[in-house]
Ligand binder design. Structure first.
Ligand code: UT7
Length: 330
């Protein structure tokens, strides 16, 4: 019986900026406190890209360069770069193009994918499907967000949550049964009212009025998002397990989007997983949107074993949500 061609993650890279923004720093900026933030979200600090002139592409390049170093890969060998982000360097051209230029990946085509906090999962699934066609051998999937560029640091509903970072993976073909096995991805655009940026798109182009009204910052109505996220992320993860007759015992690691520790807890519970099997770094980085999941893989890389079953799960703006089951390949 022949094993189907699948995509495997064969390397991981990550990058977080050095500057830390702690809960205590935020106490001086808005009406909040360390105790509230930690107990409601699990976050203690986040990283902020402070250097002028630096953008999402610069963080992505650093994460991908780590992969190139580890794999001794020439950038000319990359076939495609898929960049998941909601904070592109510019509206156009795509950040993937800019990344390709900065890396010297002249043979790669690239594009951005916007699915907010589920962006990495949507991009991973897209890249994996490209590999499964047999046409592409080396695809970079990078999740990156410079959330500090769209956060209002006078709005305590959002500024306590988000941080900056980038995580990337290399996808290569495999026929040994490992790699990405299946994904269930979902969207519901009616959720756009609860989490969005009002202006700067074609609906409401930038104007003096939109700037004065602070409509270029991320808006979040936290409670409804929280409710949908708890249900969405837990439901889709459970659905993926059931579809493949898996139980919590079969899963080595849950790799959840890092939006709120309470959402992560609910998902792990629903899957029957003890917290020792859940990757959590929200306390250090906050919610880096498209970067949370690859940043977890990056930090846990040395603890992963070949053949480990991982479930990656996310929920985010859109609404978008999903779960991916993969077998770690190295
Ligand atoms: O990653 C993309 C998807 N996003 C998410 O998954 C985020 C989902 N939402 C959340 O994680 C949570 O809703 C938040 C962390 C954003 C907020 O937590 P919450 O438990 O839903 O708080 P809340 O908005 O219901 O507010 C509870 C109380 C309110 O006071 P009263 O009305 O009870 O007196 C708020 O005014 O906490 C107050 N509050 C704060 N207090 C201190 C709200 N924000 C803050 C704050 N510091 N930063």
């Amino acid at each position: 019986m022949s094993t189907p061609l699948r995509a495997a993650i064969t390397a991981v890279g990550g990058y977080v900026p050095e500057t830390k923004l702690t809960n205590f720093d935020l106490e001086k900026m808005v009406d909040t406190n360390d105790e509230w933030i930690k107990s409601r979200t699990g976050i203690s600090e986040r990283r902020i890209l402070k250097e002028p002139g630096k953008a999402s592409s610069d963080m992505a390049v650093k994460a991908i360069e780590e992969i190139l170093r580890k794999k001794q890969l020439d950038p000319m060998e990359i076939d495609c770069i898929i960049c998941a982000t909601v904070t592109p360097d510019m509206v156009f051209p795509s950040t993937a193009n800019i990344i390709g230029d900065k890396l010297g990946a002249k043979n790669a085509f690239g594009f951005d994918l916007g699915a907010a906090c589920s962006g990495f999962l949507f991009a991973l699934t897209t890249g994996s499907n490209f590999i499964e066609t047999g046409r592409y051998k080396k695809i970079i999937v990078v999740g990156v967000d410079k959330m500090s560029s769209i956060i209002d640091y006078t709005d305590r509903a959002t500024c306590i949550i988000f941080g900056d970072g980038a995580g990337a993976v290399l996808l290569e073909p495999t026929t040994d049964g490992l790699g990405i096995q299946d994904s269930i991805l979902k969207s519901d655009g009616s959720g756009r009212d609860y989490l969005h940026i009002k202006a700067g798109g074609s609906l409401k182009p930038a104007s003096v009025e939109t700037v004065m009204a602070k409509e270029h910052y991320a808006f979040q109505d936290g409670q409804p998002v929280f409710k949908f996220a708890v249900k969405g992320m837990a439901d889709v993860s459970a659905e993926l397990l059931e579809k493949h007759n898996l139980t919590g015992d079969d899963i080595a690691w849950l790799v959840p989007h890092q939006a709120n520790l309470r959402i992560i807890d609910a998902t792990a519970n629903r899957m029957g997983l003890p917290m020792e099997k859940v990757m959590i770094n929200i306390q250090k980085y906050g919610n880096t949107t498209a970067a949370t999941i690859p940043l977890c893989l990056w930090e846990w890389e040395t603890k992963l074993n070949k053949g480990d079953n991982l479930v990656l799960a996310a929920f985010g703006g859109g609404f978008t949500w999903g779960a991916t089951w993969l077998k770690w390949a190295y």
